[in-house]
Ligand binder design. Structure first.
Ligand SMILES: [Zn+2]
Length: 455
């Protein structure tokens, strides 16, 4: 069995960047282990599928950081919540928690007294215990948390994207709390004090008008390059949306213990399996998932084609983004993370392309520091983009890219929607290529002209 430090390796690496001097991995791991959080749920929240998604995803993202979770909830039937299996909601989460990060289990309890923080998903106004806590709500494509006020909780009217946003907000607070404990336990100073401050309230919304009702929507054929954290997070969200389609995942690697900190469809029992095979195991009646255990590279591109009109790149490697852009899919979606930042974008054919947005290969090939809620937000944003593009067509130019820092979503500067600027020299969409996509001049309708002339 992998050790706790092996499983948390990438998260500990990222956590260390928050402090002004060296901190031992074991000290950070111990602080996370000693910072349990409680999730409160009631029958009303658990009766609707997005309510369950909010609690399950929150528990997953927090457990993946090595933080124990206590669940205070009545018994309820489990809705479709991959990778959870079983009939009863709480028991399924206990089983999941026992197979993720050693030393961070999920416990069913009647009281949250032994925990440091509380996240309250209950629908009705409720009395909380003494710990600091947040009221949690989800609505269409939006999530919110608040320390001071009881939020309106239309979990029944929410969707799974909104529930995912709420989970990201909660997990960021649990992480910062663990980091503040590191400061308390070791005496080390944060490199930037403000980064670790708790949010009094925080919210984030994708554009719900662009999605409308996402359930039962046909998303067609999609090829995804990489079966890593961003892809798994995107598929985690799509599997809950009832989107109808066919996904092929192109990924040659096998899962290892250092993936457990951010792959929401992976458990310890899956270590050593091909990621492509693992994802195909979640193929559902509405969303077929086929694994292609191959590496997409110049020498394999002919063999792996023809490609679907919609392509997604979740790979860290910038050259993979260029390679896929070179295939010229009708629409390309790219998800990327760096430290605590996410950058997601969409590139319908003819618009400024992925190479314009990622023009430089930094050549970095080392171990990448990551944490669960950052990767999840990137995957969630891609799921939203895929669902909304099918619903409403390409996004407006000023929303082609989204930069977000989920560590402090309470700040106005925590996210920015952006245009992608075309590089006139870009080999895929520069001036010489863009001419091909110039919209044709309006032509008189020949049929109507002919009809007129016949009179
Ligand atoms: Zn370009």
């Amino acid at each position: 069995m992998p050790t706790r430090l092996e499983c948390l390796d990438r998260t500990l690496l990222l956590a260390k960047t928050l402090f002004s001097s060296d901190v031992e991995s074991a000290a950070i791991s111990a602080a996370l282990s000693a910072s349990p959080v409680a999730l409160y749920a009631d029958s009303e929240t658990l009766a609707c599928s997005p309510g369950q998604t909010g609690i399950v995803t929150t528990a997953q993202l927090i457990l993946a950081m090595g933080i124990p979770v206590h669940l205070v909830a009545p018994k309820a039937f489990l809705s479709i919540q991959p990778p959870l299996v079983g009939d009863e909601f709480g028991e399924a989460l206990v089983t999941y928690g026992a197979n993720l990060i050693p030393g961070a289990s999920l416990t069913l309890t009647d009281t949250a007294e032994e925990t440091d923080l509380v996240f309250d998903f209950r629908s009705s106004p409720s009395v909380r215990s003494q710990q600091p806590g947040w009221d949690v709500s989800g609505s269409q494509c939006a999530g919110a948390i608040s320390q001071s006020q009881a939020l309106s909780k239309p979990w029944g009217d929410s969707d799974h994207i909104g529930a995912g946003v709420a989970a990201v907000l909660c997990a960021a607070e649990a992480f910062k709390h663990g980091m503040r404990r590191v400061v308390k336990d070791t005496g080390v100073r944060p490199s930037v004090e403000e980064l670790l401050m708790p949010a009094h309230s925080a919210s984030f919304a994708f554009d719900s008008a662009r999605v409308g009702s996402i359930d039962g929507r046909c998303i067609g054929d999609i090829d995804i390059v990489s079966g890593g954290a961003i892809t798994m997070s995107m598929v985690h969200a799509l599997l809950r949306s009832d989107a109808i389609g066919h996904i092929r995942v192109i990924e040659p690697d096998r899962a290892d213990s250092s993936n457990l900190n951010r792959y929401p469809l992976l458990t310890r029992a899956d270590i050593g399996q091909l990621k492509a095979a693992l994802l195909s195991r979640y193929s559902a009646q509405h969303l077929e998932i086929v694994g292609q255990p191959s590496r997409l590279e110049p020498k394999s591109i002919r063999r792996l084609g023809p490609f679907a009109p919609t392509m997604v790149v979740g790979a860290d490697d910038i050259r993979s983004r260029w390679l896929v852009q070179g295939v010229q899919p009708a629409r390309l979606f790219v998800g990327a993370t760096a430290d605590f930042m996410t950058l997601t974008s969409e590139h319908p054919v003819g618009s400024p392309c992925a190479r314009c947005l990622h023009p430089v290969d930094d050549g970095v090939r080392g171990v990448i520091a990551t944490v669960s809620f950052v990767s999840y937000l990137a995957g969630l944003a891609l799921a939203w983009r895929v669902l909304s593009t099918v619903g409403q067509g390409p996004c407006s130019e000023d929303r082609q890219a989204l930069v977000a820092w989920p560590l402090r979503m309470d700040l106005e500067t925590s996210h920015a929607w952006q245009c992608v600027t075309r590089d006139s020299a870009c080999e895929y969409c520069g001036a010489h290529v863009a001419r091909r996509f110039r919209p044709p001049r309006p032509q008189p309708n020949r049929r109507s002209v002919r009809r007129v002339s016949m009179k």
